[in-house]
Ligand binder design. Sequence first.
Ligand SMILES: [Zn+2]
Length: 623
Amino acid sequence: MGSEIEDIKGKLNIVDVLGEYLRLDKAGSNWRALCPFHNEKSPSFMVNEERQMWKCFGCGKGGDIFSFVMEIEGLEFREALKTLAEKAGVKLQGYSPQKTKEKNRIGEILELATKFYEVQLWKGEGKEKILSYLRERGLKDETIKEFRLGYAPRGWRNALSFLLKRGYKADEIMRTGLLVQKAGAQIQNPKSQNTQYKIPDTNYYDRFRDRIMFPIADYSGRVVGYSARVAPGGDESQAKYVNTPETEMYHKSKILYGIDKARMEIKKRDWVLLVEGNMDVIAASQAGIKNVIAVSGTALTEEQINIIKRYTKNIKMFFDMDSAGQLATRKSIKLCFAAEMNVKIVELSAGKDAADIAREDPRKLLQAIRDSKGAMEYVLLKAFSRFDKSEAEGKKKIAADVLDMIASVENEVEKSYWIKKLSQDLEINETALTDALKKANLRNRTRRNESAEEIAGSSDGKNYANRKKIEILADEIIGLMLSFQSVWKRVVEKEAAALAFSKDSLLNVLVKDGQSLDFDFEKLEDFLRKEGKEEDKTRAEKLYFEKKYRLDLNNSLEEVFVENPLLELEQIVKGIEIEMKREKLLKITTDLKMAEEKKDLKAVGFLRSEFKKISDEIFNLGQ
Ligand SMILES: [Zn+2]
């Protein structure tokens, strides 16, 4: 394979390969461009033709043609290798030729089928009713051709017989998703693996019958599947849309309808219009918005976002305003936030879809896009219009609704901005919201990385994970102590020793001064304020709140009922003891390694017995 890579590199010039994606300008002996991987106004992306390397001085990415294609197309190395090999006309020997050949045949079949459906639309049975229907819906002939719309005629074996006649076998065609196998056909001969037995062709039939065909292509324009709409006047009892099932070519969670046509424009404009359906894409594209794609028959997935991210970080979403569309919008916003994408929402009061608007008045669509709101602003508006902020119950619901979204925001600065905004709009204490947000965060199971650096001081991953656990347990115990005086008392009287080695300053105050504070939360607050321990005070309030309330599944705050606080205390203390001992074990392991290297036998012996002793203790605690 190594020689193949060299072969490909020898045949392709980096300037040509990258030039297909970027506008390269000559800069001295190098070439320069705006980096496609981060947002910038002045170019810091350099291409060195002599060394056949690229490097962005803005975001630090760099490499050769392979890494570039991987990065920009979102491909695995093997796929990038294949793409570039094709471009270079290099045959890949090591690339399981059998499988590639088979895959090529599947691709050929899909291409041929697409042509077949196109012919049926323009010259065959579809010429009358389907073509005029599409024209009535405002599509120009050139648009229909550009998107390669077609028609799958009525009848059970049209595509099948056409493809059989072209020399493809039924089981090959089956793998494209174009066929359905009759129930029971596969069990006619259970021992068929090692016999010549073949399922007769008559046991297959066309999946798509009397439907308008929307071919779905991958990023390079290769057809991988179809979305098929029931024909006007056809059997409306059937599903309106039928899509290709998962096949080796068609992975629905990675499909973005229109990406092959839109990707260059998306990159150029640095934003993408994300719509709901295929017709929306086609109509918007015809109206001049070429940077448009659709999720096809699924909710937006992480994989799709990763693909979009190759081209831009800016998404404008235009989903239907019905409740299903609203829900999809919310879910999609969350995913985008988590991926640090910038999201805007395009909204129309009229409750029409993008295709309608684009057809009726493209200017309206453009205006709506221009008027699009930031996603969080949109969420706020929605929440405030749904619930009544003048009532306590309404406030609670608005807070829960919006916090749920804020929790998905990855950027901390943005997060605190929205908390502030929400607190002003709701006239609620910011701290209370921050606290509730922490709960929402926990519920969303997002990584807790606030104080990662300070804890990771040793930069030892294991030690860090361990520290993190102790910290979480300390939070737990403090929350419990502040919520239940009985627990606080018990800790001071009985568990102080177990927690003596804790480095937690708030926990230390609780243990040391609990008695003199009468185990009283308000006295503690006063004490911490007087001592100038503002951080500890905020933390105490936060932990108290977290122990007392949580967001339930409907995003309402609910009070947490602790059945047996003392029992819970016992378990937490045990947990802390175990984690502290584990921390010791880690230290011993490191020391042991050093002692062994130095051949210090005495130390080795001592450390080994220590190791065993503590391991036993951990074991006993775990019982
Ligand atoms: Zn860059």
